[in-house]
Design a protein around this ligand. Structure first.
Ligand code: ATP
Ligand code: MG
Length: 350
């Protein structure tokens, strides 16, 4: 029988909860008339750390691979390459079998209705996962009621209802309660409030932040809404065409973005507000096809400061922050690498 209470912290607070190395997912294309079709490189060489107790947000345009990362971490699809460590243990090893790992990682999706079985009452929906894992019915129902309370829905009113009798915001609260039912350590939230009205969105975000404290959770938060990310995230990972363009503390990323792509994303958001208009041009056009990503830096075809070096070789993440607030701020851009050959890269004085 699996454990049904939150497991002990193994490696201590300094050890990242999740370390992903060299993560890749290629979706093969169907073979067409003209032979083998290659593959969609949805995620293509991603290193990632999620620290204990933090909210790491992933942002980037549609199709950059955010959901593929979450599905890889959830074990919903096998990786083409790479490995994941959870609290120091390799996922799938004898020390951390996949089944035990998957209990400690839960997910909440955008579509609150599709995630719930329409034939199960709310109480059954929440009590079901712990029962599958061996908790007795009485305890499981008790836990379901406690969790309804925790997500702000009176058990007496809601336990017996069915998903279609609830609003979108209420259904998302149920999905959150369900995700908590196995006492996970990591919750992956993939656009959890994107389908909700603005007023409901704020309530659900506040609830998520409260629950994080109350249950000692760590969040991976995926969103296309930079305002929401600014509000909830501790750190932000900016993805472009399956790779990391930039990562760092939220304030440092928003105040001093290093990568031209991040500046473009932020400018696209601000271009709606005339008082905050910036000099950086917002992003234009669409990302290139992930079947044949451009050589060198993947952003070079849309980048306002691209130079020959940018299409010749691929930059990796490198530290760009020089203040205490920018600790851990990294970007993958040749213009920031002294000696790279990019004319904007200032050579360090020896
Ligand atoms: N099952 C699949 N088969 C083939 N291609 C896929 C599959 N799932 C995703 N892709 C492709 O992989 C790329 C990344 O998709 P993904 O859903 O991870 O992006 P995303 O960043 O979550 O986008 P969005 O913001 O629209 O949710 C896209 O080009 C997508 O078309
Ligand atoms: Mg997605």
């Amino acid at each position: 029988m699996l454990h049904i209470d939150q497991p002990e912290d193994r490696g201590g607070p300094a050890q990242p909860l999740v370390i992903a190395r060299g993560l890749a997912k290629y979706f093969p294309l169907k073979r067409g008339l003209f032979g083998s079709g290659g593959a969609v490189k949805a995620v293509d060489g991603l290193d990632l750390e999620i620290k204990k107790g933090e909210t790491l947000a992933i942002v980037g345009e549609s199709g950059c691979g955010k959901s593929t990362v979450s599905r890889l971490l959830m074990g919903l699809i096998p990786p083409t390459a790479g490995e994941v460590l959870f609290d120091g243990e390799l996922v799938g090893s004898a020390a951390l079998p996949a089944k035990e790992y998957l209990r400690q990682v839960q997910m909440v999706f955008q579509d609150s209705y599709a995630s719930l079985n329409p034939r199960l009452s709310i109480e059954e929906s929440i009590a079901f996962p712990p029962m599958v894992h061996g908790l007795g019915r009485t305890e499981a129902v008790e836990r379901a009621h406690d969790l309804l309370d925790a997500v702000g829905l009176a058990p007496g009113l809601f336990a017996g209802r069915y998903p279609h009798e609830l609003s979108g915001g209420q259904r998302q609260r149920i999905n959150i309660a369900r995700a908590l039912a196995l006492r996970p350590r990591l919750i992956i939230l993939d656009e959890p409030v994107s389908a909700l009205d603005k007023s409901v969105e704020a309530q659900v975000l506040n609830l998520l932040m409260d629950l994080k404290e109350q249950f000692g959770l760590t969040y991976l938060f995926i969103s296309h809404d930079l305002n929401v990310v600014h509000h909830v995230a501790d750190r932000v990972l900016v993805m472009y065409l399956g790779r990391a363009a930039e990562i760092g503390p939220v304030e440092s990323i928003f105040a001093a973005p290093g990568h031209p792509y991040t500046r473009g994303l932020l400018a696209s958001r601000l271009s709606m507000d005339p008082t905050k208009r910036r000099k950086t041009p917002p992003l234009t056009g669409d990302p290139p096809n992930p079947v044949n990503p451009p050589p060198g830096c993947r952003f070079n075809t849309r980048c306002p400061i691209a130079e020959p070096v940018c299409s010749n070789s691929q930059p990796n993440l490198a530290a760009i922050g020089h203040t205490i607030h920018a600790l851990g701020h990294e970007a993958a851009c040749w213009a920031l690498v002294p000696g790279s050959g990019h004319s904007l890269a200032t050579r360090k004085v020896a």
